[in-house]
Design a protein around this ligand. Sequence first.
Ligand SMILES: Nc1ncnc2c1ncn2[C@@H]1O[C@H](COP(=O)(O)OP(=O)(O)OP(=O)(O)O)[C@@H](O)[C@H]1O
Length: 444
Amino acid sequence: KLTVCTLTSQSLHHLKSKGATIKRNGITGEIFVARVIHGGLADRSGLLHAGDRITEVNGYSVDGLEPEQVIERLARSQGTLMFKVVPITDRPVNNQTILYVRAMADYSPQQDPAIPCAEAGMDFRKGDLLEIVDQSDTLWWQAKKLPSTSACAGLIPSTNLLRRKQKEFWWSQPYQPHTCIIPCESEAVGMTRDSLSTGSSQQSFHTRCSGSGYGALNNPYEEVVRYQRNPQDKHRLVALVGPSGVGVNELRRRLIEINPVTFQGAVAHTTRAARSYEESGKEYHFINRELFENMVYSNRFLEYGAYKGHFYGTSLDAVKDVLNSGRICVIDIEPHAIQSVRTHELKAYIIYVKPPTAERMKETRKDAQITTNYYVNRPFKEEDFQEMEEAARKMESQYCQFFDSVMVNDGLQDSCVQLLRAVRRAQDEPQWVPANWIRPTEEF
Ligand SMILES: Nc1ncnc2c1ncn2[C@@H]1O[C@H](COP(=O)(O)OP(=O)(O)OP(=O)(O)O)[C@@H](O)[C@H]1O
């Protein structure tokens, strides 16, 4: 049974825009449609399907030809294109469900020798939102980047394939202890004990392990869903991250100052002694070291660290207290604590505060003081701006996939307006969030 179908030859040179790939059966030499690209010309015509056998192109037999020769012939033809095909007998029913994911890794088809057709591939970067329109192949899925500019999908590696590629890449790299993904539970406990026993006077922070396990190695795509907070629900936690000295603390303080009825910070715990004017539960929860250690071991801190010989920590309960009171809790965290607040319960909205150029910093930070690890605050120096730029670059390359919003802290007033807007968006507008926040799987 033969079917003749026609397609216009527009953009034939480009396999991707024609929207199909072909392959040759190694034994019989027959040419088959390997894949029809979602939204491409072939797909829209509805006439070609994966598995169809091509027998003729524009009246010429493809018998004995290599796929490249067929492509060449197609590229040379003008006007209307005519295929003679033997349709596949058991065409799979199209029961594809669309899946939305956030990429947790970078991918470039041009650098992947294993992709069946690099031109049909789609590159993406960590943090990109992808709409996966076809998962029928176990190795190569089809996806569009959101917001979608093209009707045509591109090939991307499936979760399993990308994970495999990452593992191969990982093992091919020299050992780099600091590139490791967040420590697993047992490592985290080890770090904790060390830091508590040394009582370092340097600033150092550790985090609670969420136990859900993360890392590009485990999960190259994070499934996401559109979520809008119901006005009756608790607010989402707002967490600010940024390189040290960029101004997260200042911004948080100002936000709360603007509207203390709506915004509140979480009261941290500390082992330092209360000053005469301080009250436990107000500035800090003042607790002794033993209690602090117990809280660390029972995983009660979202993040904690040592500073000038004392311990400080933000507990999950302190954040929950604010959220339960109906206010919006605003905290600043170290980037490695991001995972501990990205939970079904807190639904943290992460705002990344980025430094402006060194030039602008020099202008805007004339009267500002940098907090150092050595008991004094001092004016900013040129090197501080360079260090900050470098720290920002590293932070972005490692954590950008978790940033819900990015703002540049240039002029303070403008930054406060930007921050207010971002917080409002987080609470009142639909956002993409991990699917397991809405349909929890492993957290319960
Ligand atoms: N946009 C800005 N313009 C001018 N000065 C600023 C601006 N943002 C912050 N500052 C000042 O820069 C200094 C450092 O800010 P801040 O203490 O908030 O930094 P940080 O990001 O919390 O860093 P660290 O975590 O190291 O304390 C402060 O003196 C603050 O007032």
